[in-house]
Design a binder for this molecule. Structure first.
Ligand SMILES: Nc1ncnc2c1ncn2[C@@H]1O[C@H](COP(=O)(O)OP(=O)(O)O)[C@@H](O)[C@H]1O
Ligand SMILES: [Mg+2]
Length: 275
């Protein structure tokens, strides 16, 4: 927060635009500034987000996803439910027509994705999340592009978390296995030293053993105090490690609770967890 050189410029020619946001039909344009918020919100929340792609129909309908400090929050739901869209909305990759995104005491709804990275968001998208023709180490260096300080200790931490990446650091990332590529993607996001980590299906397409390993690493990252908001296909396993869970259906919140509550809910079990 305090490191934003533009912060004193907040006093703010675009107030009128900010105000219509949340009630109007005009998508909020990116390129604005962060605004402090009152009260205690979760560390990161996409709140009552409504919106879709370009001029297309709304995909999200008052959709809320959030993560508290020190916690893991998991988003599950059927294919096409809007899980990735909700993550992209939180990251600023699509314009929400209603709702807002708050991060660490600030309304960041108007910020571009790049500015959200500066504010401390680390995002690993579901697809195209590594540079396949670059080496593992170059991928990690790319991850640190916003930093001016020495990145070596962070790289060392990533290699300690994912030792296989150290062994393969000179190899093209595209030559790695699915699970290893996902490690590169997560490592790349960690290189910015984010304040919150957003993962969209980090275990997609990997074997059950590799999935367990990745979950263990994710828990390890979370224990360092980094809040994690993640989408998962492996709903049962993911909810088992989740402090908070969200079931999305057709772009809206269907069920919300602790991971335990959702795992125990008969409706959730029947409809989303295979009984
Ligand atoms: N780039 C895009 N442009 C237009 N529509 C999209 C785009 N990406 C996803 N969608 C649509 O948004 C809906 C939700 O997709 P998505 O968020 O990817 O679901 P999930 O991640 O839950 O599988 C789907 O109907 C999908 O076709
Ligand atoms: Mg998805």
């Amino acid at each position: 927060m305090g490191d934003n050189p533009y912060q004193d410029d907040r006093g703010n020619k675009d107030r009128s635009i900010t105000k219509t946001h949340g009630v109007g039909q005009t998508p909020l344009r990116k390129g604005g500034k962060a605004v402090p918020v009152e009260g205690d919100a979760p560390f990161l929340i996409g709140e009552a987000m409504t919106g879709g792609y370009g001029k297309g129909p709304d995909i999200l309908h008052e959709c809320t996803i959030a993560v508290n400090a020190g916690e893991i929050a998991v988003i599950v739901g059927p294919n096409g439910a809007g899980k990735s869209t909700a993550m992209k909305a939180v990251f600023g990759m699509l314009d929400v027509r209603k709702g807002r995104v708050l991060l660490d005491g600030e309304d960041i709804t108007a910020l571009s994705p790049q500015d959200r990275v500066q504010k401390g968001m680390g995002f690993v998208p579901q697809t195209n999340n590594i540079f396949t023709s670059m080496t593992v180490e170059e991928n990690l260096e790319m991850g640190a592009f916003i930093r001016r300080d020495d990145i070596r200790s962070t790289m060392e931490q990533v290699y300690e978390l994912f030792p296989i990446l150290r062994d393969k650091r000179r190899q093209a990332a595209g030559e790695l296995s699915g699970g290893q590529r996902q490690q590169v993607a997560v490592g790349r996001a960690l290189m910015t030293k984010p304040k919150v980590l957003m993962l969209d299906e980090p275990t997609a397409g990997v074997s059950p053993i590799v999935m367990d390993e990745l979950f263990d690493r994710i828990i390890e990252v979370s224990r360092t105090g980094l809040p994690i908001l993640m989408v998962e296909q492996n709903a049962r396993q993911a909810l088992a490690i989740a402090d908070k869970g969200y079931v999305l259906v057709q772009g809206a919140n269907a069920y919300t609770g602790t991971g335990k509550e959702l795992l125990a809910d008969p409706d959730v079990r029947k409809s989303f967890l295979g009984g």
